[in-house]
Design a protein around this ligand. Structure first.
Ligand code: IMP
Ligand code: MG
Length: 170
């Protein structure tokens, strides 16, 4: 598979994003909500760089993909989320593609009373965005290709790759 973003570039960028997040939150407590399963590796690397009072929660989103490029119905499991009244929330996901997943997550978190919501994604495919979602922190803008690695999967495979690679359908 062709490597699109090498592991050392990802690490460098994660450090920069963490610095940016620290500057914005100015030592205020932040409730991080990670979107499983894709956020796994990005979240783990990012939180260890954050010198802030942080709490972490996870929600599970799955869109049943027919092919690598078209998502089906979205399922969101957020029943374990606590009351977020008055909290500053930072949502962390692997990729902003069409934006439908994050739109639903944002709506759910707003429903729990969050005072302020920001969004961090490692990757963004600008050309595919259809939902009105803006990410506050973006690692890399990438072309409209299906990618795997660093948490991103195809059929639950390849999440463990340390880099981002392009998966071309056979
Ligand atoms: P969206 O709802 O279309 O923004 O899709 C978001 C979810 O689809 C992401 O959280 C990923 O889990 C998955 N996804 C979108 N594009 C890719 C990709 O290129 N590779 C792997 N997963 C992807
Ligand atoms: Mg995802």
């Amino acid at each position: 598979m062709e490597i699109l973003i090498a592991a050392d570039r990802i690490h460098q960028r994660v450090v920069e994003l963490a610095e940016q997040i620290e500057r914005d939150y100015q030592s205020r407590p932040v409730m991080i909500v990670g979107v499983l399963t894709g956020c796994l590796v990005f979240l783990a690397d990012l939180i260890r760089r954050l010198d802030l009072p942080v709490r972490i929660h996870l929600v599970q989103a799955s869109s049943y993909r027919g092919t690598a490029t078209s998502a089906g119905a979205l399922q969101l499991r957020a029943d374990t989320l606590p009351d977020l009244a008055g909290r500053e929330v930072l949502i962390v996901d692997d990729i902003l593609d069409t934006g439908q997943t994050l739109a639903r997550v944002i709506e759910t978190i707003r429903g729990r009373g969050a005072a302020h919501i920001r969004v961090a994604v490692l990757l963004r495919k600008k050309e595919r965005l259809i939902a009105p979602v803006e990410a506050d922190y973006v690692g890399f803008d990438i072309p409209d290709e299906f990618v795997v690695g660093y948490g991103l999967d195809y059929n639950d495979e390849y999440r463990h790759l340390p880099h981002i690679a392009v998966l071309r359908e056979p």
